[in-house]
Structure formats: structure tokens, C-alpha cells
Design a protein around this ligand. Structure first.
Ligand code: SF4
Length: 551
């Protein structure tokens, strides 16, 4: 397989060097960094920051951290500084003076495929209680995110996580991020193909590997053989989607170039069918194309989607085949439409081995260390000790015998983790927001939770599948563009002309059946206070005026 050496300083250009700076692509010989981020990555591999954290920063404290590490390389090990508490959040009065600083971190634990054992979940819960003031959010990429982490505690946290086979490696940064997998891989009765062996091999090849630790930007991966299409494959940099080939049998349809944030784009199919044993090679080919040909001049053009948009599917496939795989791929069919409008596996479902899995819904992904420890206890008492996280900020307990299902459902209910959620609890997601995120403009988690409660009270009969996604800023961490009702946090003017927290509204986005981005209705903004009234009006009118079958 062709590959540009990972260290640009040591690399020998394979191609003629352009006289123009172009887009900073290594494959065109542009190894001189064109911005500060590229310079930081060239100065030192982000993976190397771990040694400094273990030997220097955790011992000497926050002030000893090199600024280049603090603002950049810490991310290669899942660490971001969190929002300074007391600013804008109105919490100053309840915090002690020593807490009014920004020396705490968010720490992201990668949970590839959302797959956890109860031993792992218990450790996640214990770390939350001991080092993260109880915080532990389930993210929309199957990760767990802690807040309030002190640099002094990070080595011990890593010890504990790694002791049960978990890691924070490249959970953030310009790297291969967590690999999303079907949370019911290997067990679902309707599964087309189990992608787990390919996912494990992809991890083995690229994680903690300097050949893939300096990408132009983040690189998101998804693989699923579920006919529910449960990994948001449309918005990943690379995705493998289970299909049945008429001659060759089950395998994966290859998608590239999806992504939200600036200039959101849905991924495109390359028209190639990939047997499971070839998935890791193809994956390595695609990530290598991104490393070598990806744009590095401007951060906001550095995602794979821009290269795919410029090249088109045909050229991308040809480069992948000719330069990286050195063989042709087999043509294949597109995935069928999803078999369900909900893609989240909530509720009780039969497994192929006759046992059951039970999906349940916290509110907007918010749980805590105590709850997670209790979920681990329940999963052990009722199942075989396997738990999953989903891309909807939900969770699943696997391998429950029929006679244990009711008891598990009731026990979860007692923890306010319902397997029979309302449409609103089931379909609402929220990003981190102003509570902890430095980029946030508005509150999201608490607002999302109160919106759920309010809508449940006002519209108790509403049972259509529906997604409501809240972001705290113009970024897309909660996928607002793909929700029926997407709410992008910003400051807006209220009736009295005062600037208050509110949202720009996007309507009608979807993934799965008829995927597309929601329309930003020009000028349509709501204050946070008006939000329940607004959503209630939209839904009531939708129910009154929709045509037959209209979503
Ligand atoms: Fe932070 Fe904005 Fe992402 Fe929300 S969408 S987590 S506010 S960056």
C-alpha cells in the first residue's frame, strides 16, 4: 500500500513539488506547515504528550503545562480544558473562589462500537465519582465524557481505564476518532453482517500508530451490518454499511466524505462492495488518502468531505484502488432503506440466540457515576455482563433471558432510565453546552431535559418518531442539521429588545429515509424561554395539517 511517511520533516516527496502552496497537501509535496496547527503537529507528534503528562505535568500541576500541549496535543489523549466556571453560567455565587478557574479538563473515553463490559462500566462509574465530581455523559458518538478532571489525576485514571481495556487515545485531535459500530453487532436477529472483527482490526492497525496521528483534521469512522442503519453512516468520513451482494453475499457498501459543522455534507457511495476481510485494508487506504491528499492550508477546509467534493466519487475510488489498494474493488448495491424510522434500539428486542436486549433512555445522555455503577449491577444481575452505548446518547443491556426482561425494565425505570420513553425523551439530544464547553453560547443539557418534561406534559399523546437536537453554538456536536427540529444556540433579542439565550431553528432534517439537512428558516429564532411554546406550536400544526404519510 502506498503511504506518505508520517513525519513530514523526514518524508521524501513521492510526487513533483508544485510551485504553488495549493491546499498544503503532503501528496503534492507541501510539507511546510501553512498554519499554527500544522506547525504544532510537525513540532511534535501529539501522541508524545502522554509521557510529559505522566512525568511532568501531573507532578508539577496545571501551570507547568507547555502552551502548545495545552491548546493542542493534550487532545491526542482525549483532554480539553473545560469552560472557566463562573463566567456566563451564573454559577459564581455557588462556587468557592478556588473553583473559579479554568484548570480543569474534559476527558473523553473512547468506546469503539459502544461495546462495554460491566467491569468496564463499573470502572467508568468509579472514576466519575472519584475524579470527575460524578460527571459522565454519554455522547452522540458512543463515548463517555468526564468533566472536572485535574491533570494530577490523569495518570491514575489511565491506569484504571487501561486495566480494563479502555483508552482515551486519540479520542480528540486530528486523528482517527472513536469508531462507531452497531451497538447490537453480533446479536441482532435481523443483522445482515457482524462488523465487529473488522472494527477490531481497524483499531489494531491505526490506534496509537504514528503513521496516522497527524491527519489534516479529525477522521470519523462508522461500521454497521444492521438493516436499521444505526451508526449515522451518512455523516462520517468513512463508513461501511451492511449489504447483501446478489452474487457474493453479505459485505459492506463503502461511503466517504460525510460530515457536519462548516459546509455540512452527506457522505457519498463509491459503489464498491467490500467483503469483511478486506474492510481493514480499504479503511487504511481511505485514511491514508486523507493523510496524504487532505487539505492542510485552512482548518475549515481540512475535512475529507472537501476533498471528496472536489474529486468526486469516481476519482476517489480510482485513487484508492490504484495508489493504495493496488487492485480493483467489486461493484455492489446500495443499502436498502432502513427497516425502522427509529434507529436507536430502544425497548425490548429479541436476539438471534433467543435472548433479549433492552435499550433505555437517559435524558439527553446525562447520567452520572452512581447511575452507571448501578446499570453495571443490573446488567450483571439480568444479563451476561455486556452493555452498549448508542449514537443517540442512549444505552442497551444485552443477553437478557426472557424471564428476566420485566425485572430489568422495572429496575431501570426505578433509576429513571426508561425502556418505554416518550417520543420526546427518545428523540431529543443535546451537546455539552455552556455548562462545560468553552465554545458554547447557551445552555443545552438542562434545557433539553426541561423541554422533554414540558413536551411530555403538554403533548402526552404525541407518538410519532421525532428528533429534536440542541447545540450550544454553531458547531454541530449534536447534529442539529439532521434533526426534525434542530436548535442552534445563539444570543437573540427578546420582546423587550434584550439579548438573551436562544436558538436559530432548522426544520426538516433527517438521516436514513430521505436524508437531508434541515432548512434554516431565515430569521426564525426563538428565545430559550419561548422554546416549549414554539415546539408545541410546530408539532400541533404538523399533526393538524400534514398530508398522509408526511413526516
Ligand atoms: Fe460545545 Fe458547540 Fe460542540 Fe456544543 S456544539 S459541545 S457548544 S462546540
Amino acid at each position: 500500500m502506498a503511504a506518505t511517511p508520517p513525519n513530514p520533516a523526514a518524508a521524501t516527496p513521492r510526487r513533483k513539488v508544485s510551485r504553488h502552496r495549493g491546499e498544503g497537501q503532503w501528496a503534492a509535496g507541501h510539507f511546510t506547515p501553512l498554519n499554527a496547527n500544522e506547525q504544532t503537529k510537525k513540532d511534535d507528534d501529539g501522541l508524545n504528550v502522554r509521557t510529559r503528562i505522566e512525568t511532568i505535568y501531573s507532578k508539577r500541576g496545571f501551570d507547568s503545562i507547555d502552551p502548545g500541549d495545552l491548546r493542542g496535543r493534550m487532545r491526542w489523549w482525549g483532554l480539553y480544558t473545560q469552560r472557566k466556571q463562573g463566567i456566563d453560567g451564573g454559577k459564581t455565587a455557588v462556587l468557592e473562589p478556588e473553583e473559579l478557574d479554568d484548570s480543569y479538563f474534559m476527558l473523553r473515553v473512547r468506546i469503539d462500537g459502544g461495546a462495554l463490559t460491566t467491569a468496564q462500566l463499573r470502572v467508568i462509574g468509579e472514576i466519575s465519582q472519584e475524579f470527575a465530581r460524578g460527571t459522565a455523559d454519554i455522547t452522540d458518538r458512543q463515548n463517555v465524557q468526564y468533566h472536572w478532571i485535574r491533570i494530577e489525576d490523569v495518570p491514575e485514571i489511565w491506569n484504571r481505564l487501561e486495566g480494563v481495556g479502555l483508552s482515551t487515545v486519540t479520542a480528540c485531535g486530528d486523528t482517527p476518532r472513536v469508531m462507531i459500530g452497531s451497538p447490537v453487532a453480533g446479536i441482532a436477529e435481523d443483522e445482515i453482517i457482524d462488523g465487529t472483527p473488522a472494527l477490531e482490526e481497524m483499531k489494531r492497525r491505526v490506534l496509537n500508530n504514528p503513521a496516522y496521528s497527524n491527519l489534516p483534521r479529525k477522521f470519523k469512522t462508522a461500521i454497521s451490518g444492521s438493516p436499521v442503519l444505526d451508526v449515522v453512516h451518512e455523516i462520517n468520513d468513512v463508513a461501511f454499511v451492511g449489504v447483501e451482494h446478489p452474487e457474493h453475499g453479505p459485505g459492506f457498501d463503502l461511503w466517504v466524505g460525510g460530515g457536519l459543522s462548516t459546509n455540512p455534507k452527506l457522505g457519498v457511495r463509491l459503489g464498491a462492495w467490500v467483503p469483511i476481510e478486506d474492510v481493514p485494508d480499504v479503511y487504511e487506504g481511505v485514511i491514508s488518502i486523507f493523510r496524504d491528499y487532505g487539505y492542510r492550508r485552512l482548518r475549515n477546509r481540512a475535512r475529507l468531505k472537501f476533498l471528496v467534493a472536489d474529486w468526486g466519487a469516481e476519482k476517489f475510488r480510482q485513487v484508492l484502488e490504484d495508489e493504495y489498494l493496488e487492485r480493483k474493488l467489486t461493484d455492489g448495491p446500495a443499502p436498502a432503506d432502513p427497516t425502522s424510522r427509529w434507529r436507536d434500539h430502544i425497548g425490548v428486542h429479541r436476539q438471534k440466540d433467543g435472548r433479549y436486549y433492552v435499550g433505555f433512555a437517559p435524558r439527553v445522555g446525562r447520567v452520572d457515576g452512581t447511575i452507571l455503577t448501578k446499570v453495571a449491577d443490573l446488567a450483571e444481575a439480568h444479563g451476561s455482563g455486556r452493555v452498549r452505548t448508542t449514537v443517540e446518547q442512549k444505552m442497551i443491556v444485552l443477553d437478557v433471558e426472557e424471564g428476566q426482561v420485566d425485572s430489568l425494565v422495572e429496575s431501570l425505570e426505578a433509576l429513571d432510565l426508561t425502556a418505554r420513553p416518550s417520543t420526546f425523551r427518545r428523540g431529543t439530544m443535546a451537546c455539552t453546552g455552556i455548562e462545560f464547553c468553552k465554545l458554547a453560547i447557551v445552555e443545552t443539557k438542562a434545557r433539553g431535559a426541561s423541554l422533554i418534561d414540558e413536551l411530555e406534559r403538554r403533548l402526552p399523546e404525541f407518538d410519532e418518531p421525532l428528533t429534536i437536537n440542541l447545540n450550544g453554538c454553531p458547531n454541530a456536536c449534536a447534529r442539529i442539521q439532521t434533526a426534525d427540529i434542530g436548535l442552534k444556540g445563539q444570543l437573540v433579542l427578546n420582546d423587550r429588545g434584550e439579548q438573551v439565550e436562544g436558538y436559530q431553528v432548522h426544520l426538516g432534517g433527517a438521516l436514513g429515509l430521505e436524508p437531508g439537512f434541515g432548512r434554516k428558516v431565515r430569521g426564525l429564532k426563538v428565545t430559550a424561554e419561548e422554546l416549549p411554546d414554539y415546539v408545541e406550536r410546530v408539532l400541533t400544526r404538523y399533526q393538524a395539517e400534514r398530508e398522509d404519510g408526511e413526516r
